[in-house]
Design a protein around this ligand. Sequence first.
Ligand SMILES: [Zn+2]
Length: 110
Amino acid sequence: MSRLRTLGARLQPQANRLATAVPGSWRTGKTTSSQRGYNYEWQKARLSHLNDNPLCVYCQREGRVTAANTVDHVVAHRGDMTIFWDRDNWMSLCAPCHSSKKQREEAQAH
Ligand SMILES: [Zn+2]
């Protein structure tokens, strides 16, 4: 029994070392949770943008009144968070306009 207790006492510093190793992996985990938060933030932000700008910008240009359901970036953000979160760079689009814009962008890229 006393041997076990000694072993337990010897194991404890190791357990502490493990515990201090956790914050490192916890920080890695935090990236995921902040990504999750960013998605949540985006969901909230796009809903409020659609609330403020309920009509498709492209359809409006052509004199059509279409309810938008997508918030698109005027300038493709390509992962740049400054461009991503620049509200002046957001526009409301309906699904057909959004997919045709994406197709045009992909056609330009090729
Ligand atoms: Zn449209």
